[in-house]
Design a protein around this ligand. Sequence first.
Ligand code: NAP
Ligand code: 8YV
Length: 310
Amino acid sequence: MKPELIMVGPMMPHVMEALDSDFTVHRLWEVSDKKALLDEVGSQVRAIATSGHLGASAELMDALPKLEIIGCYGVGVDAIDLPHAAKRQVIVTNTPDVLNDDVANMAIALLLATSREIVNGDRYVREGKWLKGAMHLTRSIRGRTLGILGLGRIGKDIARKAEAFGMEIAYHGRAKQDVPYRYYADLVEMAGDSDYLVAICPGGPATDKIVNRAVLDAIGPNGVFINVARGSVVDEPALVAALEEGRLGGAGLDVFAEEPKVPEALFKMEQVVLQPHAASATHETRRAMGDLVVDNLRAHFAGKPALTPV
Ligand code: NAP
Ligand code: 8YV
């Protein structure tokens, strides 16, 4: 008998095939009456496969009395009710490390895209403006300070890459680490000393709107805020206002408070570069993330420890 599994949303074809071969998969997104499906099969379901943005609520977990494990396709687990999973003694797995390189690359791409105005330059050429004269000069990043909010697995990769571009690295987190970068216990203070501030900490209640007006004002009119963490870590209306009023110089944003909705005011801003939560979205990384979701679930049901429990 294959274990029964609820898949909350679609995943890459190779993940769906692998899960179909080892589990009886119930595709929650395909049914209009989700409650009816859960009433029908919930009592037998032992696993959930979900994504970082769809997560798993306490309500969903409680519809599955035999739930043992939740496999999350993503490293960020802020959309999963972790306290409830712990209370229910449900194992939660995520996909750390395999996405560090591509997510860090997106942070660096946004850093370069905003400082060198890559999108504006592209538009300048396409709109024929170059024929009438050269575009204005942009800013180099060498010698500038990059403040990293969340010097974890991905944050350290961003730091290494930014060092190669000649940047000075500072970081903020709850604790000082044994690294050759300057630590700030105070985020506003770090923002004041940084030309670029990149957020790459987890989402959730502890970091909710941690990048507030005071932090944005401290980054300042010549500074740039890059967010590859979660939309929840920044006070989004305060971010829009700071950009509109010129109190913040620019922003490179991969994540938003209410994805896929993005504040329309940002669409017209030339000092802003937007991405559709795509930092890990390469064929290679998404394949590796998918493999890890499957390998975690397989290990658990083979009686072995999960590979990457949260
Ligand atoms: P990680 O290794 O756990 O690192 C997280 C870092 O954040 C740690 O250095 C931690 O340092 C810091 N941190 C945690 N809570 C904090 C708080 N309350 N205040 C300040 N700093 C705090 O995680 P990771 O693998 O690098 O991933 C980080 C996050 O990036 C994920 O959780 C996810 O939300 C986001 N992400 C986004 C994308 C995307 O597509 N845009 C892709 C992957 C990941 P301390 O413990 O010292 O505080
Ligand atoms: C994914 C992410 O896009 O890993 C994360 O935390 O945000 C991204 O890699 C997301 O989890 C897919 O839903």
